[in-house]
Ligand binder design. Structure first.
Ligand code: IVH
Length: 706
């Protein structure tokens, strides 16, 4: 057994973290959360429970609250989900589709209501809330123009979703034309697509009988069914839809959430019959208790309840904090648990060489889903929980994911059970030693990595898999199995090899391999050739550089515009050029962690060779420069003195919503100082520096000019 490392950052309470440790933790959390987002949103194959995911986010938020200066440009608190998979055309949502903050306890719910009171300066005035079940499905936005359904889109990354219009039209609960007399010219109706539990079981039976893969749970089944290429397949899957929100509306048919719900119903949508108007926190909590009791008897999965401020004018004033509205919260149910036996502990090697232990379990049903694997995260987690092969463990599964091991039932431990020996060598054929990295603060990181890097076959294969994955090069017909096979044959060692496969096929003769024929080989080469041109951001993401996820890749692509400009900068960076470092640092969303990772990557001759070989094979399309739309977008604003029309918090939120930065002090970089009565030194400073000073009214007028 390995002693618990007191230095393991992930276990240090937030209050005790030093600044350097906090920075390292934020970097780790950002990376981990991004990976989990991708697994959940893209692959419908999450590997940790919701509860665990929520805990990662909560820790990130708590560290950011303590060290606001350390908030990373790529912080999870600034992102929603991950960008959508590459299968369907992309659509930009006219109004972003956001996420909800979570509450887990009565205290969290009371805090949520108190925050609203303070923000709106409501004192003790009553607030009405709509309380409704939180459906465990996937959100969908339906666009109607002059009452006719013109588009259906998934949430995707919140800004850009997938266009699933043809599939959506096959859903019985989605009207093709809005009923009723009051139909604005443009209406976007949003809600949740779900599959009932009974339909899910029947579908899985059919899938199994046909030798097709079964779905882990109704949510995945709904997501999989909606993302079918053939709408006829979607039509054959029983999907339901509850309307509960809206996007762009040319006119608002109601002034309250409950009024909007009635309007949805009048238009022909199903709305959840359990929805209830509540007038106090106690009523909200009673609703939560009631739904928790009802949960098992409902024919669809719910994972909590949602509370929304009823008055829409208040919703608008409350606005959003990066990814979620201030006016709504998801009050989650506790996760479901079960006990089972650990049959084995496998070690999986990831793209960056991280060794992840996975418990192989005696199959057990948790919340209606058969569970056989549970993640054990890392070496320290196994040691901390002292999980041994043969142990009976309590596992927890929330919603829809690979469950986690909560702990061991010690009374049931077999006498012969031995502490798990975490391997000191990679399970790959080279058996390279495993290293525990140091974090920025010098502490030992929790992740054990294979030190083999370019030589470790597992890492190479994972790299190639990442390269062809949906959000990277998206090459159909080159999946996990094929990559492993091609690698073992020596046909594929690095990305450029994919593009020379066709010319080498004269000697390889893939069509003669088992499982291949003339047609599948032709299709594979067609799929490969279709990717010889690729947008810059995808290309950068596909390289699989540490810390360069999709959001970061997009930011780099936008910042540099072309591959040549980006590559030149990276080479200079690799030579230690400080000017380039500063130039990169000035880019939105890019900070030291990313820059260090780029520097390390491009310093390595092996990587440069891989990249240069690859760029000879593909054409990289320049990035689009983002459009600026609001008058104050990109401007820096300082508020000083008393504001009379709204709280400081609300003013700040409004400015940020329009793309402005709100700063605490005046400098030559300040664009506007908004001064109210009582303004003092900041106003004087603004005058001294010649910064534009606005009254609250002038400022508000500017925000309304759009
Ligand atoms: S309201 C501005 N209401 O939960 C946010 N969301 O965790 C509007 N969800 O993305 C969302 N049931 O997919 C809302 N009754 C409900 C919901 C619900 C399920 C999902 C939705 C959202 C996610 C956030």
């Amino acid at each position: 057994m390995f002693p618990m490392s007191a230095k393991d950052l992930s276990r240090i309470p937030v209050e005790d973290l030093t600044e350097a440790q906090a920075a390292a933790e934020l970097a780790r959390l950002s990376r981990e959360i991004a990976e989990h987002d991708a697994r959940y949103y893209q692959e419908d194959a999450p590997i940790i429970s919701d509860a665990e995911y929520d805990a990662l986010r909560a820790r990130n938020a708590a560290i950011e609250a303590r060290f606001p200066a350390l908030v990373r440009p790529d912080s999870p608190s600034r992102r929603v989900g991950a960008a959508p998979a590459g299968r369907f055309p992309k659509v930009r949502h006219a109004v972003p589709m956001l996420s909800l903050d979570n509450a887990f306890s009565e205290g969290d719910v009371r805090d949520f209501v108190e925050r609203i009171r303070r923000f709106l300066r409501l004192g003790d005035a009553p607030i009405d809330f709509v309380a409704e079940p939180k459906i465990d499905g996937l959100s969908l936005s339906l666009r109607y123009e002059r009452g006719v359904l013109v588009a259906g889109a998934t949430r995707g990354d919140g800004s850009i979703g997938e266009d699933v219009t043809a599939n959506v039209k096959t859903l019985a609960d989605v009207p093709h034309r809005l009923a009723g007399t009051h139909v604005p010219a443009i209406c976007e109706v949003r809600g949740e697509v779900y599959m009932t539990k009974s339909a899910f079981l029947a579908l899985n039976e059919r899938q199994a009988a046909a030798g097709e893969p079964v779905f882990a749970n109704p949510r995945n089944a709904a997501a999989g069914s909606l993302r079918q290429k053939d709408p006829a397949v979607t039509a054959s899957r029983p999907l339901g839809f509850f309307a509960y929100a809206w996007g762009e509306m040319s006119e608002m048919p109601a002034g309250t959430q409950s009024g909007m719900t009635e309007w949805f119903a009048a238009c022909g949508f199903k709305t959840n019959p359990l929805m209830r108007l509540c007038h106090s926190v106690d009523e909200l909590l009673a609703f939560h208790r009631e739904m928790e009791l009802k949960r098992g008897a409902l024919d669809y999965d719910i994972d909590g309840v949602v509370y929304k401020v009823d008055r829409i004018d208040w919703q608008e004033r409350l606005g959003y904090v990066s990814r979620s509205p201030r006016w709504a919260v998801a009050h989650k149910f506790p996760a479901e648990k079960a006990t089972t036996v650990v049959k084995a502990i496998d070690i999986q090697v990831g793209r960056t060489g991280a060794l992840t232990p996975v418990a192989k379990l005696e199959p057990v049903t948790v919340g209606g889903v058969v569970v056989q694997n549970a993640t054990l995260h890392n070496e320290d987690e196994i040691a901390r929980k002292d999980v041994r092969i043969g142990d009976t463990v309590v596992i927890q599964r929330a919603g829809d994911v690979i469950p986690q091991v909560l702990g061991v039932v010690l009374e049931k431990r077999p006498a012969h059970a031995q502490p798990f020996q975490f391997p000191r060598r990679c399970p790959c054929s080279l058996h390279t030693p495993v290293v525990r990295e140091r974090t920025a603060s010098g502490a030992e990181g929790a992740v054990a990595r294979c030190s083999g890097e370019f030589a470790c076959p597992y890492q190479r294969i994972e790299h190639l898999r990442h390269f062809v994955s949906r959000r990277a090069f998206d090459i159909e017909g080159l999946g996990e199995k094929q990559i492993a096979f091609f690698y073992a044959q020596g046909w594929l060692k690095e990305p450029a090899d994919i593009f020379t496969l066709e010319e080498r096929n004269e000697s390889i003769r893939l069509q003669e391999q088992e499982g291949y024929g003339e047609v599948s080989v032709r299709n594979l080469f067609r799929a490969i050739n279709a990717r010889r041109e690729i947008p810059l951001e995808r290309f950068i993401y596909a390289l699989g550089i540490r810390h360069v996820g999709e959001t970061t890749a997009r930011a780099l692509a936008r910042g540099y515009g072309s591959w040549q400009a980006f590559y030149d900068a990276c080479l200079k960076l690799a030579h230690g050029d400080q000017e380039t470092r500063q130039e990169m640092d000035a880019l939105d969303q890019i900070g030291d962690t990313v820059i260090d990772a780029l520097e390390a990557y491009f310093r390595e001759p092996h990587n440069r060779r891989i990249v240069e070989r690859l760029t000879k094979q593909v054409r990289i399309r320049d990035a689009e420069r983002p459009a600026r739309d609001s008058r104050i977008a990109g401007k820096t604003v300082v508020f000083t003195g008393t504001l009379e029309q709204m709280t400081r918090e609300e003013a700040k939120a409004l400015a940020e919503r329009l793309g402005a930065k709100v700063a605490g002090s005046v400098s030559k970089n300040t664009d506007f100082v908004v001064a109210g009565p009582g303004a003092g030194s900041k106003l004087a400073k603004a005058r001294e520096l010649g910064v534009t000073v606005l009254s609250e009214d002038e400022w508000l007028a500017l925000t309304k000019q759009g």
